[in-house]
Design a protein around this ligand. Structure first.
Ligand code: 5GP
Length: 180
């Protein structure tokens, strides 16, 4: 019998409030609207972590667009990267000749995104760019070009607004830190 690891549910300390996130996403949406005018845009959210950010971001983009999702395996219950990436849910439609905007919650080592870019390139899109809500540059193991970035953060484990710890905290309206 597999027993789930029990975790103690602690209150997360606010790093970015809902208001701060809304304000930044409005700016990102305006930039994306300006840059993709007249282009065939597909916004691809990376599950599960990007689902709330994605929902707010697409509503801040004032253009005709399509949405799709890619499911990737990530950490499990750990808070450090394994470097192993598995596609658990593929795109629902072809992306050839489309302009793809990847929406990711956080770029840490960059290894997940590096793999993803290679994976998407094989599908012949017209272009691929990245929109990431958060970046932890202190942990980078590879250089990733983030065209649209929400915030740069120090090397701390964050939760909320789609981001989890052991499957929990995704439903917080803010981004928080699980302190000691
Ligand atoms: P990378 O391959 O860039 O190291 O990891 C990217 C993925 O790791 C993210 O999509 C996210 O799922 C997870 N991750 C990295 N840092 C954090 C963090 O601080 N909090 C949470 N909840 N997930 C993180």
């Amino acid at each position: 019998m597999i027993l789930e690891k029990k975790i103690e549910y602690k209150q997360a300390k606010v790093l970015f409030s809902k208001e701060k996130l809304d304000e930044r996403i409005k700016v990102l949406g305006a930039e994306i609207t300006r840059d993709y005018k007249g282009k065939d845009l597909v916004v691809v959210g990376i599950l599960k972590g990007s689902f709330i950010f994605m929902a707010d971001l697409v509503r801040a983009i004032d253009l005709p667009l399509q949405v799709d999702f890619l499911g990737l395996s990530s950490y499990g219950d750990e808070t450090s990267t394994s470097g192993v990436v598995k596609i658990t849910n593929d795109l629902s439609k072809p992306i050839d000749h489309k302009h793809v905007l990847i929406v990711e919650d956080i770029i840490d080592t960059g290894l997940t995104m590096q793999y993803l870019l290679e994976f998407l390139k094989t599908r012949s899109p017209s272009s691929v760019k990245i929109c990431a809500l958060l970046e932890k540059p202190d942990n980078a193991k590879t250089k990733i070009d983030i065209a649209y970035k929400g915030f740069t953060i120090p090397n701390e484990f964050v939760v909320g607004y789609g981001l989890d710890y052991a499957g929990l905290y995704r439903n917080l309206a803010y981004i928080g830190v699980l302190g000691a």
